[in-house]
Write a protein that binds this ligand. Structure first.
Ligand code: IFM
Length: 468
């Protein structure tokens, strides 16, 4: 893909976003390992990311989340910052190894106390906590016992969910079980780019099933508690898959790509079965999903909301550049073909209309209320001496994508909220601190936070959209 970022983008003026109602939920999002730091404090045990970061070459510049944004110690100041942005919700994740070190046994009182304080501080400032139980920091002990490819991890996850809800469920209404199970399974166990760094397609597909099972078992446990308000969801990362042409090969390639990226999660969650074409595809690669009696009933426990993380979309062709239609393993070719759009610093093409199409498609095919739980962009920010950042490119990205959400609502999709990714520049996984997604700049030497132009734009846009 050609790296043509948009340094010349002109800052969009803040204005009310057409199609978004006054009661639309507005938020900012982060995750535990990406911002907290304090990895060895108050009884937290190592996660797979603490281990992976020590593997030479795994993370750019050998960086890690040991300190990150030091949010563990600065959460009060950070909540003030969130309040200053005028949003009404904050999406963050709980670190499993803080709450239940090692991934089994009783709750760690000192670990849960941090989230207790955070939740209370948010509520005091009128900000709704939107909690994710798992954003990739699996306790290392559970990986040593087999990780997500092992069924037991799903059972452990349900126990952990129970502990977390027991401690916070009196104040937290919005619970997301998993963030982006595709990334946990495919980047972690197939491509080896994320922790734990394994490269085994079969193991990755077993991880898919056990992540979904963990979700389902946890969802049941939370639902069974009764008596408390509960808004239960899962967050999937998806794009809108488009065929490169109307040819049968391109249509088939697009369906195959969409099968492994989206439908293998959506169908069991909403319809209680895996898509037949995906099961056949897996069988042709010698993989059978490890489904046991009752698993799909658990996985399809009713959801209140589907979280959608959107960054880009893809076109697919069923032919290789040399015209062949099968790859070295005899499998049909599935080749991503660029749209030819400008890209962000991640080299991800900027395709806002893909967000409209995706939201409308999810509404029509799966019928759940939707919330955009992540959307945003990394660009190569230039900070002025005083820390300010004139990130017109990021502002333009937000403006285009928020208009895309408004368009989806106008086309009938039941989209109820939007969380900007991310509140802060933070530890961007295998990219370390190299890629900056924040609407607030973090100077990692001083931990000084500075609201970027995009953050001020977001604040004003929220206000104007609400105020109509
Ligand atoms: O930083 C990540 C986040 O943790 C999960 N969704 C995608 C973001 C950008 O890569």
């Amino acid at each position: 893909m050609t790296a043509t970022t948009r340094p010349s983008a002109v800052a969009a003026e803040p204005q009310a976003i057409p199609g978004l109602p006054r009661d639309f939920r507005w938020g900012v999002a982060t995750s535990s390992y990406q911002i907290e730091g304090a990895v060895a404090e108050d009884g937290r045990s190592p996660s797979i990311w603490d281990t992976f970061c020590r593997v030479p070459g795994a993370v750019v510049n050998g960086e890690n989340g040991d300190v990150a944004c030091d949010h563990y110690h600065r959460y009060t100041e950070d909540v003030d910052l969130i309040a200053g942005l005028g949003v009404d919700a904050y999406r963050f994740s709980l670190a499993w190894p803080r709450i239940q070190p090692g991934g089994s046994g009783p709750v760690n009182a000192r670990g849960i106390a941090f989230y207790d304080r955070l939740v209370d501080t948010l509520l005091d400032r009128g900000i709704t906590p939107w909690v994710t139980l798992y954003h990739w920091d699996l306790p290392q002990e559970l990986e040593d016992a087999g990780g997500w490819p092992a069924r037991d991890t799903a059972l452990r996850f349900a126990d952990y969910a129970d502990l977390a809800h027991d401690a916070l469920g009196d104040r937290v209404v919005h619970w997301t079980t998993l963030n982006e199970p595709w990334c946990s399974a495919m980047l972690g166990y197939d491509q080896g780019l994320h922790a734990p760094g394994r490269k085994d397609f079969g193991a990755a597909m077993h991880a898919v099933h056990h992540l979904l099972l963990g979700h389902g078992l946890a969802a049941r446990r939370l639902r069974a508690k009764g008596g408390v308000d509960l808004d239960l969801g899962i967050t999937l990362n998806m794009g809108h898959a488009v065929p490169a042409s109307d040819s049968e090969a391109d249509l088939a390639a697009t369906r195959r790509a969409d099968g492994l990226a989206a439908r293998v999660y959506l169908d069991p969650l909403v319809r209680g079965h895996y898509p037949e074409d995906v099961v056949e595809h897996l069988a042709s690669r010698g993989v059978t999903l490890p489904v046991q009696d009752g698993d799909l009933a658990a996985i399809s426990t009713p959801l209140d909301v589907l979280g959608v993380n959107y960054y880009s979309s893809h076109r697919f062709a069923g032919t290789a550049e040399d015209g062949s239609t099968t790859d070295a393993d005899g499998q049909p070719v599935v080749r991503a073909v660029p749209f030819g759009r400008p890209v962000t610093a991640m080299d991800w093409e900027i395709v806002p209309e893909g967000l409209t199409a995706l939201l409308v498609r999810l509404h029509e095919e799966y019928g759940l209320p939707l919330v955009v739980t992540e959307n945003g962009a990394a660009f190569d920010d230039v900070a002025e001496a005083d820390g300010t950042v004139h990130d017109a490119d990021r502002t333009a990205y937000f403006a285009e994508h928020l208009r895309a959400v408004g368009a989806a609502r106008e086309a009938g999709a039941d989209v109820r909220g939007y969380f900007a990714w991310s509140l802060f520049d933070n530890f961007e996984w295998a990219y370390g601190y190299d890629k900056r997604f924040g609407i607030v700049r973090v100077d990692y030497d001083t931990q000084r936070r500075t609201v970027k132009d995009s953050g001020a734009w977001y604040r004003d846009t929220v206000r104007l959209t609400r105020g109509r």
